[in-house]
Write a protein that binds this ligand. Structure first.
Ligand SMILES: [Zn+2]
Length: 104
């Protein structure tokens, strides 16, 4: 089963090693099934997830028509971004486990 962790813009910056998250996430090159403009729509109001393949997933809406829209970035395929994403993944999992322990 695919596991997903919500991550922040800061986590994204860490994964790519820079602060240019809008370009890294290609937020203005998304495909909208309703507008059918090619990959020319901008995703808006999105939530960012990291999945257990170390890829980034955005769940949001088309900036033009507000249809739900997703974006998938294969950070798990590149050795550098995969290494950084793994560090974020491990940190979040450790933190989650500590919180669960605290609740017991
Ligand atoms: Zn649209």
């Amino acid at each position: 089963m695919k596991k997903m962790l919500p991550i922040s813009i800061d986590d994204v910056s860490f994964i790519f090693g820079n602060n240019n998250y809008e370009a890294n996430l290609q937020i203005n090159a998304c495909y909208c099934t309703k507008c059918q403009n090619g990959y020319k729509n901008t995703i808006t109001n999105y939530t960012i997830f990291l999945n257990n393949l170390l890829d980034i997933q955005l769940n949001g809406f088309c900036g033009a028509c507000y249809q739900t829209m997703g974006r998938y970035i294969e950070t798990g395929e590149d050795p550098i971004t995969a290494m950084n994403a793994e560090a974020i993944w491990e940190t979040h999992i450790t933190l989650q486990e500590l919180k669960i322990k605290k609740e017991d």
